[in-house]
Design a protein around this ligand. Structure first.
Ligand SMILES: NC(=O)C[C@H](N)C(=O)O
Length: 497
């Protein structure tokens, strides 16, 4: 019996195009898998069976009429709940937007739908994307499919878990400081943060506008390449001023290999405090594998990298404070009843509508942007940003890509990290890319020797070298194998009749 668990997005689309099974059969199989698995994983905030079945019916009708099918025809897709899709709520996992119905569809979502994906639902996340564990969702936590006692990472934890549990073949996440790459690492799937400006953010609820980027999760590098083609193929989006034309075919050079490529290693990074021995060993093994395939390893240094987390937790909250000011209890979302005047309504609505971490970030942002304080921290953070960006530029004169851990450790237990500053350290290896704007991908390296949980490496390239990023990721996938559906979930629903 054929099961969605053993098919990549690429294989699902090929099977639909060849008539081996219909898009409607795929939709029903994915919805059955969600029915069986969701109780244990809780990756979704909303499942949208009708939208998925309607999209499938359109694909089946197009095929029956002899039309050529789009490249991801019939592929089940989960969408992070900070992305608008007409016919769904977009809650950002916040009480503030609990009843907010999307009034238009985000460009990134529309492009995945245009490529033939079936929208099966909206994925859980940390509230407004503030977090690294999906525990700050106002509605419920999400469980890591490799060990349901553990978190899936965050903030795009639902998107990563839905792919790892085999509920969908592809999902979309957003990454402001690591929110795609860290959960991909915790859940053992491929997760890519494209170069800043590669993918439109129109219709995605903003967190830090100079940092946010949308990207895909999948179980194979080829699936992520297909998703990237869908996201950027139609060119720049006039509705997002930061979006740029990036017309490359991500599938074209995937099998080119790494012979002759120079891969940078940062020795200080491999000795950083907080990095566990099993992650370090796995990344060292990844370096050896790339070398065995003909790459040359080169030591590089990014001297200002220690300032990255501090700079991020100034720039990020400052931008979040400005972006989230629109949730004022008047125009959007939750509105407290019985207030005597507008100011009272706004402050009481915000006090009730936002959770702890969302409040913490906004209060921090308000403080950092206040007069007298602004010069000291915000300017300093912007200077650090310039230095980090220059560090990367200097390193990329010597190497094609840099290899480093994606996260310092494997997935932690629910409730294990309660100190916010400890949580912020989850993004030790991911944040500098959002600061500098270049592309990165988290690639599974199998299971850790000590924990038995997924471990990953992160590859980093210069801005707009994202195609090369996936070529190198593919070389790692050849060495370590692509990610399976987590064993406790495989085989539950998902059979194609
Ligand atoms: N949103 C992100 O990219 C994740 C990061 N951990 C944050 O809390 O800001």
């Amino acid at each position: 019996m054929l099961s969605l668990d053993t098919l990549s997005a690429q294989q699902i689309a090929a099977g639909v195009a060849a008539g081996d099974f219909s898009a409607t059969e795929v939709a029903n199989a994915a919805l059955a898998a969600i029915d069986e698995r969701e109780g244990a994983v809780q990756a979704f905030l909303q499942v949208s069976p009708q939208l998925a079945l309607d999209a499938a019916a359109r694909i089946d009708a197009a095929r029956a009429a002899g039309e050529a099918l789009p490249p991801l025809a019939g592929v089940p897709l989960a969408i992070k709940d900070n992305m608008n899709l007409v016919g769904t709520r977009t809650t950002c996992a916040s009480n503030m937007l609990a009843n907010y119905e999307s009034v238009y569809t985000a460009t990134c979502v529309q492009r995945m739908l245009d490529a033939g994906c079936l929208p099966v639902g909206k994925a859980n996340m940390d509230e407004f994307a503030f977090g690294s564990s999906t525990e700050s969702s106002a509605f419920h936590p999400t469980n890591n499919p490799w060990d349901v006692e553990r978190v899936p990472g965050g903030s795009s934890g639902g998107s990563a878990a839905a792919v790892a549990a085999g509920e969908v073949a592809l999902s979309l996440g957003s990454d402001t400081g690591g929110s795609i790459r860290q959960p991909a690492s915790f859940c053992g799937v491929v997760g890519m943060k494209p170069t800043y400006g590669a993918v439109s953010r129109y219709g995605v609820v903003a967190f830090g506008s100079s940092l946010d980027q949308v990207g895909p999760f999948g179980r194979t590098v080829a699936d992520v390449a297909l998703a990237m083609n869908a996201l950027v193929g139609a060119g720049r989006d006039p509705y997002d001023g930061t979006s740029q034309d990036f017309a490359v075919d991500f599938c074209e050079h995937l099998e080119d290999g790494v012979a002759g490529k120079r891969i940078g290693i940062i020795p200080a990074f491999m000795e950083a405090e907080g990095l566990t021995a099993e992650v370090r060993r796995a990344v060292e093994k990844a370096a050896t594998e790339l070398e065995a395939q003909g790459a040359q390893l080169v030591e590089v240094d990014l001297p200002h990298l220690d300032a990255a987390i501090a700079a991020y937790y100034v720039i990020g909250p400052a931008e979040a404070f400005s972006n989230l000011a629109r949730f004022d209890g008047v125009r959007y979302g939750f509105q407290e009843e019985g207030c005597s005047n507008l100011a009272d309504q706004s402050s009481r609505s915000r006090a009730r509508g936002f959770g702890m971490e969302a409040k913490r970030r906004q209060m921090l942002g308000a403080y950092l942007l206040s007069s007298g304080v602004y010069d000291k921290y915000y300017y300093a953070a912007q200077k650090a940003r310039t230095l980090i960006t220059r560090d990367y530029a200097a390193a990329f004169e010597k190497v094609d890509a840099i290899l480093m851990p994606a996260a310092p450790r494997t997935a932690f237990r629910h409730g294990e990290i309660s100190d916010p500053t400890q949580m912020y350290l989850s993004d030790l290896y991911t944040i500098s890319l959002n600061i500098a704007g270049n592309g990165g991908v988290s690639v599974p390296l199998g299971l850790g020797e000590d924990s038995g949980l997924p471990v990953s490496a992160q590859l980093v390239v210069p801005a707009f070298s994202d195609r090369k990023l996936l070529t190198i990721a593919r070389a790692l996938e050849l060495a370590f194998g692509s990610s399976p559906v987590a064993p406790d979930f495989a085989g539950k629903g998902g059979e194609l009749a």
